[in-house]
Design a protein around this ligand. Sequence first.
Ligand SMILES: [Zn+2]
Length: 490
Amino acid sequence: MRTDVLRTLIGGLAALALSTSGLGYTFILNASTGLPIKWPGATALQNGAATPVLVPLNILLDNTTVRTDGTTFATSAQGAAQTWNALLGSMQFTTTISTGAPTDHNHVNELAMATTVFGSAFDTSTIAVTTTWRLGNDRTEADIIFNAGRTWDSYAGNLRSGVVDIHRVALHEMGHILGLDHPDEATPPQTISAVMNSHISNLDTLAMDDITGAQNLYGPPGPPLNDKFSSATVINNLTTTGTVAYTGFNTFATKETGEPNHAGNAGGHSVWWKWTAPAVGNVTVDTRGSYYDTTLGIYTGTSVSALTTIASNDDINSGVVQASTVTFSATAGTVYNIAVDGFDGDTAGITLNVTFSATSGTAPTITTQPASVTVTAGSNAAFSVVAAAGTSPISYQWMFNGAAISGATSATLSLNSVTSASGGSYTVVVSTGAGSVTSSDATLTVNTPVVVTPTPPPSSSGGGGGGGAPSVWFLLSLGAAGLARFFRRR
Ligand SMILES: [Zn+2]
């Protein structure tokens, strides 16, 4: 059993001076799993059933006397439950207003006003208590006891001297039923404006911190934007070595036809991210900071029903740390699809961390491609490439018709006394430790001289014919030996 208290300030009037920046929400944790204790909404949401788990509250508060804000104690508490319901996805309170005394551990969640907590005296500073039962990570029962020794009303606005507002106290204690703890009593203490702080204040409704905390357990209403493979959230801020974090929910996410089982588990509520690797490097993806038992899968491919698995994981340490982690080597330009689901259909808030470490330096880009060249056999030819890779050292390998040319490892390829056999396709692979790129094709065209036997002198001096057609044609042999004995035909 857990007892929890909401204490008044000394004098009960002044609000605490609180920062409004940062997130302070904290959870009531199961020490053995490190996970928050929550209502087992995942069970209700398994197999795609988008129905929230219902948590009944039996309100045993006065429903006769009309208070300052027009409610009764019972309807004021009912309104607090409805305020939470409007913000939650996978669980909803249902309320019944009744009479009678509460009973501990009767599997009924009761709200009552009493002078003791099931026989135990209230601490002098305590104005209300939530008592809870759990089974594993699952909340199974919770009761709220308001201290009948106090003077109560229901009102909005600043606290009034000596009169406790039951509405904000109900919001606070229902936050405990959901699984929220006191941010101002965390280690280190969080200074944040929140109904869930241990001291009642002028804050009379839920603050963003309260809402965010509860949604990390039960999700917001409605499906997440990155439910489908085709609507994956694009990770666009990891373009160099570094780490980025994304948050989300899989509460009302679905599994698609043909979608793989992530980490070998059927799951049922997957959401998607995708990331294009900017260079060759090492990648770590994990779900540390998520609020449920995640599964994680990394894939390549463009169709959810035809994916290639790169890596997957259920638990970092099986059964203890129920976040997931994978590492893999990335190839520059490849799109990696990241799926986060829940083990056996579990759902809640997700934190996705992606760390990329380029193997070395910057991947190269070609700024000037090698140009095609036409030469005559026996001449020299050259190709050049211009590449950039920041300060990373660049290496080159020239290729001829797809095969590496031995020793051709500089930015310029020089070919001496080319022959027809040298004609063809030349490319260069430009590399750094962070990646490589292949140039476009450049063609070497070798014009081959054609030789003929010397034209015999004309037998008669015919006017200006410029010589007759050669009678015999020869291809010039390799090496152009004896070139001087021939003349070249254009
Ligand atoms: Zn409390």
